[in-house]
Write a protein that binds this ligand. Structure first.
Ligand code: SF4
Length: 479
């Protein structure tokens, strides 16, 4: 077996990134760290000397998935050439000792803020458990990073951690209190991404509207968004994880009128019944949500809105669930994700009585999606006959010889996509597309022969060389 610490060895590494886009950014930092240490990413785990699993661990299903992936990949220590299996991320931040004790096949355990420590692991001789304080690190423009996303699109993490105390959520325990990056640091990273050919920036954090409040330099979200949108070369800026609080006028103005800020609002609302929101410790009632949706629809032209809800939270009655359905019918959101409550032992909601049986939660999740599906379908159908700008992502992963892309109202990975017909396209181009068909989530459209909306610019090496793309296995996020 080839040792990775041997300077003459072929250094290959394979990554699996589970969970949310914030985890994906951390994985990309580890890709950068590995690249700097002379490691080459390989898509086939059987050819990797080092395998890294960046885990998710905030609900039961995610923990289960993480463990299954770790066990599956540990087999390459026998049937491949892997001699180091590294586990990082939220699961190991939460359960470092348990993982180390229960999984002897794991060589190193890193937490959710220990990405730079991969360098020590790769150099050899590092301790087995390297889980630190999550508050110690938030990525910055100087961290090495290699993109793994398709179609000249990148996530940019503007803050880490969360100061809220939602009853069902263990994220603040895993990721610590909020630490926002400075505006200048974020802009520096975006400038580097734009210079490398990135067109679309997706701003992510745990609580994006709270950006800057932990800093004393006056950094605020509208200013950050404007600065990012004005970086030469950036075509679309999209915001994720907006908490349902009063949006300030400056941000609404940007969403409505800035040509580079897409009118897309991703706002996980979780529930809409007053009593449920109280139990969830959300700090507001249902009326705020009705008002917010009305205000956004009135003020943001072309608004596309995505949300996520939790069903089966302790105490949720049939009547409260019906109130949630009534809100979903009222709000007519473009896209909705629904999660069944997961009873995490360290979450405040764990202590609540009146647990909802799993079967009831499952039935409620199905019912909610049955209410939402025709709404999404109608919204998609209304696009038939319109011409939209589409960012070409590349070949469809599930249909041979078909390219896919996304219009500004479709976020990567969580929303639908546009299947492209009738024209030659290249990954990373922005093309005008006439929409001809619509399904519940996806669209089909004909490419305008007039060529790209934007002149071609120097592209990322990863765009030119398909081989060079860091093909991570990424857990699809539930719709
Ligand atoms: S705002 Fe989001 S990340 Fe923060 S505690 Fe609530 S659900 Fe968790």
């Amino acid at each position: 077996m080839t040792g990775t610490t041997d300077a003459t060895a072929d250094r290959t590494i394979h990554f699996v990134s589970l969970g949310c886009p914030k985890n994906r950014v951390d994985t990309e930092v580890m890709l950068g760290v590995a690249g700097r240490a002379g490691y080459r990413h390989v898509e086939d785990p059987a050819r990797a000397h080092v395998i890294v699993v960046n885990t998710c661990g905030f609900i039961d299903a995610a923990k289960q998935e993480s463990i299954e992936v770790i066990l599956e990949l540990s087999e390459y220590k026998q049937r491949g050439q892997c001699d180091k299996l590294v586990v990082a991320g939220c699961l190991s931040q939460r359960y470092p000792d348990e993982l180390a004790a229960e999984l002897p096949e794991v060589d190193h355990v890193l937490g959710s803020s220990d990405m730079p420590k991969l360098e020590r692991v790769l150099a050899g001789g590092a301790e087995r458990v390297l889980v630190g304080n999550p508050a110690d690190w938030v990525m910055g423009a100087n961290d090495p990073r290699r993109l793994s996303t398709r179609g000249r699109s990148a996530y940019v993490k503007i803050a880490e951690g969360c100061n809220r105390r939602c009853a069902f959520c263990v994220i603040p325990q895993i990721r610590g209190l909020q630490r926002s990056r400075s505006v200048d640091d974020v802009v520096r990273e975006v400038e580097a991404l734009a210079a490398a050919g990135v067109l679309e920036i997706n701003l992510v954090s745990q609580d994006t509207l709270a950006y800057g409040r932990d800093r004393d330099d006056g950094a605020r979200l509208p200013d950050l968004v404007r600065r990012v949108a004005e970086v030469p070369g950036i075509y679309w800026v999209r915001l994720f994880y907006l908490y349902p609080e009063r949006l300030d006028d400056a941000l609404i103005e940007l969403l409505d009128a800035h040509p580079r800020v897409v009118p897309y609002v991703d706002m996980p609302l979780q529930h809409a019944a007053d009593a449920m929101l109280r139990r969830m410790r959300r700090g507001h009632g249902g009326k705020r949500l009705y008002d917010l949706v009305e205000r956004l629809k009135a003020r943001v032209r072309g608004l596309v809105m995505r949300s996520a809800f939790i069903v089966g939270h302790p105490g949720e009655t049939d009547a409260e669930f019906e109130q949630l359905l009534a809100f979903v019918r009222f709000a007519e959101l473009d896209n909705v994700g629904v999660f069944r409550y997961s009873d995490e032992p360290t979450a405040a909601s764990h202590a609540l009585d009146a647990k909802v049986p799993a079967r009831t939660a499952q039935a409620r999740a199905r019912k909610l999606m049955a209410v939402q599906r025709p709404i999404s379908r109608e919204k998609n159908r209304a696009r038939i006959g319109t011409e939209l700008e589409v960012l070409v992502e590349g070949p469809s992963p599930d249909e041979e010889l078909v390219f896919v892309g996304r219009h500004a109202g479709q976020a990567p990975e969580v929303d639908g996509q546009v299947y492209l017909s009738g024209g030659e396209v290249l990954p990373g181009e922005i093309r005008k597309v006439r929409i001809t068909q619509a399904a519940d989530y996806d669209l089909v459209g004909e490419v305008d022969e007039d060529g790209p909306s934007e002149p071609p610019r120097p592209s990322l090496p990863i765009e030119k060389k398909r081989d060079g793309r860091k093909a991570l296995r990424v857990l699809p996020v539930a719709r």
